[in-house]
Design a protein around this ligand. Sequence first.
Ligand code: SF4
Length: 138
Amino acid sequence: MNTYLYSLLNQAFINKKQNELYLRSLKSKKTEDVYPVIKNIHKQTFNKISCLECANCCRTTPALVTKNDVKKISNHLRISAKQFLKKYILEDINGEMTLNGVPCKFLNKDNSCSIYEVRPEACRRYPQTLRQTQQPLN
Ligand code: SF4
């Protein structure tokens, strides 16, 4: 983890109470008032962070996978959907599927994704702050 990420983690710990109060205060605000705030924080933060330096999400959080993801990725890997499910997927009792194991089996040593072009929809949505803005970030 780089120094900036450590400092963010440290600041989050030190300011935990203030952050919780701030997050609670956002609940009373109108959605359209919150988006610009999130967009601004997202821009400031991701100007200083490269996911390729970190990849903590890919190391620690099994990505959700849809049926469409299964089709796309198994085609890409040139294996059957059945083989893909057996080798790479965990399914819970509700039928929800995730990639099995962490770190992700598709994570390369240099933190890149070996199936980047066909990565699951859930991975495409990272970081979630980007999604929250519901508008493209420049
Ligand atoms: S599929 Fe790629 S982007 Fe998604 S968790 Fe695995 S390595 Fe990360």
